[in-house]
Design a protein around this ligand. Structure first.
Ligand code: HEC
Length: 123
């Protein structure tokens, strides 16, 4: 009888341990850490060129992200908030589900946040 109870307890422990491990494994490190300074010209604009300008190219959809106009467009349209980086429309749009989320990778999301946190420089 004692043995049966011990096995039952062991089983419960195993199930809890398994649930715990599964939960931990599905926990992605988010956002991924980006080292160093983010450059607008070398990091942000190439990201826009690759993922955004197919639509955001000044032909109807708000926010023109084409090179030469993108930096000014981000500021005149208030898409960037350097005092509260994660509240920036540019960032919110690429992290919010059912938005532009699918056009950015986790690394690109982190890079964007970091660029804003670093002062959203035209560097
Ligand atoms: C397939 C077309 C398409 C692509 C690609 C796309 N967008 Fe958009 N985006 C839209 C449309 C349409 C809207 C307007 C509707 C809305 O806000 O969802 C929009 C709206 C936005 C807005 C809000 C503009 C405003 O004034 O309300 C931002 C910011 C934005 N997109 C950023 C991005 C970024 C950054 C990328 C690239 C990572 C991107 N989008 C890629 C179609 C696209």
């Amino acid at each position: 009888m004692e043995l049966k109870r011990a096995f039952k307890a062991l089983g419960t422990c195993l199930i809890i341990a398994m649930l715990f491990t599964t939960a931990c494994q599905s926990d992605k490190v988010y956002p991924p850490q980006i080292e160093g300074d983010v450059s607008y010209a070398n990091d942000m604009q190439p990201f826009f060129n690759a993922m955004c300008t197919e639509c955001h190219n000044g032909t109807g959809i708000p926010l023109n992200l084409l090179a030469d106009v993108s930096y000014d467009a981000l500021f005149t349209g208030n898409y960037v908030d350097t005092t509260d980086a994660s509240a920036s429309v540019l960032y919110v749009k690429i992290v919010a589900p059912n938005s532009m989320e699918s056009y950015a990778s986790d690394v690109q999301r982190s890079m964007t946040l970091k660029w804003i946190e670093q002062g959203a420089k035209n560097n």
